[in-house]
Write a protein that binds this ligand. Structure first.
Ligand SMILES: *Cc1c(COP(=O)(O)O)cnc(C)c1O
Length: 338
């Protein structure tokens, strides 16, 4: 199997850059969903704690429990809990779900300001506040998510405007209903870096911390470095003659006599099969033919092969995004922090 190497210096470098925007580490909530974007949930949680990050965002209750010891605050985005917890906050994604939360649960209300994926609609705000109170839930925060912060359209501005209205109305409702002060948050990685004066209570950053943020030139952020690299070990080598075919379906035809080697990872480990025939490693080694379940063939005989150190490059070959390349990497792959 392949090995994933996590570069702690690069991770801390990225968190330094993010802290410059938030002005304090306290306002960084690191997004750890999907095995910390494939990096390894516990590995990233431990590095984040060492750096001084106290907040985390996850998708499921299971993820929240696994990282409970590392953080002071955890926000679960995508599940309704069966029991309440002191440290863990849960997201209300739908007005109809409010009565499904256990009494006394700390909740954060997600408001749809234009993405139309999760969250209550803006017109349901008052009803949601009242229902939350009636259900005996502790409403701590109101938040939203941007659909297009990484694109040069007006959408990001519209959602910001909408959220401003949501904030004003929420403060008013909290006052009327005698709730405590609410927290507000809206920024993912791309949105955080578009703001010149970040003034919210928290930012939910994922991809920037992992160093694979991709933005149009005009929005470019300098200095972020990819944290994850994937290394493979050679299983076997062989000489092939010009004209011989390699791998399933014989998709690759050797155009000259050469030595090729087989490495111990494939799509079964989460390396996207769409990279077949044409992907070139950072050291210029060509991937030959189709990727098998546990095997891939490269035009080299190196013992240790660097497969990639920037998911965005792989994503280009696979016609996808860095997020998918990273989260595809299976949990079973060994992770090492250097
Ligand atoms: C995944 C996610 C984020 C993090 O987004 P990045 O682009 O990786 O920074 C933030 N907020 C929500 C609600 C998310 O689902």
């Amino acid at each position: 199997m392949a090995t994933i190497i996590l570069n702690k210096n690069n991770f801390f470098n990225n968190l330094d850059i993010i802290s410059k925007s938030t002005k304090t580490r306290d306002k960084i909530a690191l997004v750890l969903k999907d095995n910390a974007y494939g990096h390894g949930l516990l590995e990233v949680a431990s590095m984040a704690k060492e750096y001084g990050i106290s907040k985390a965002v996850v998708c499921s209750c299971k993820e929240a429990k696994l990282v409970d010891d590392f953080f002071e605050y955890i926000l679960v985005l995508g599940e309704i809990p069966t029991s309440k917890s002191d440290k863990i906050r849960y997201t209300i994604n739908d007005i109809k779900s409010i009565d499904k939360f256990p009494i006394g649960t700390k909740v954060e209300l997600k408001v749809d300001t234009g993405m139309h994926r999760n969250g209550i609609s803006m017109s349901e705000l008052e009803e949601a506040f009242i229902k939350t109170k009636e259900a005996g839930l502790l409403l701590e925060a109101v938040f939203t998510h941007h659909s297009s912060a990484d694109e040069l359209t007006s959408e990001w501005f519209w959602q910001k405007e909408n959220f401003k209205k949501v904030k004003e109305k929420s403060r008013m409702l909290a006052h009327e209903l005698g709730l405590g002060a609410l927290r507000f948050h809206s920024s993912n990685s791309a949105s955080l870096f578009r703001l010149t004066n970040f003034d919210e209570d928290m930012t939910r950053v994922g991809i920037a911390a992992y160093g694979c943020l991709e933005l149009p030139k005009a929005l470019q952020v300098d200095g972020l470095k990819p944290v994850l690299s994937l290394w493979a070990t050679r299983l076997s080598s062989r000489a092939v003659k010009a004209g011989e075919r390699v791998g399933y379906g014989g998709d690759y035809v050797a155009h000259r006599d050469c030595v090729i080697s087989n490495y111990n990872f494939g799509y079964g480990d989460g390396f996207l099969r769409a990279c077949a025939n044409g992907y070139v490693t950072p050291e210029g080694v060509e991937l030959l033919g189709r990727i098998s379940m546990d095997n891939s063939t490269f035009a080299t005989s190196k013992e240790k092969l660097l497969v990639f150190n920037d998911a965005r490059v792989v994503a280009k070959y696979a016609k996808t995004i860095g997020y998918e390349v990273l989260t595809a990497l299976k949990e079973k792959i060994k992770r090492e922090i250097v």
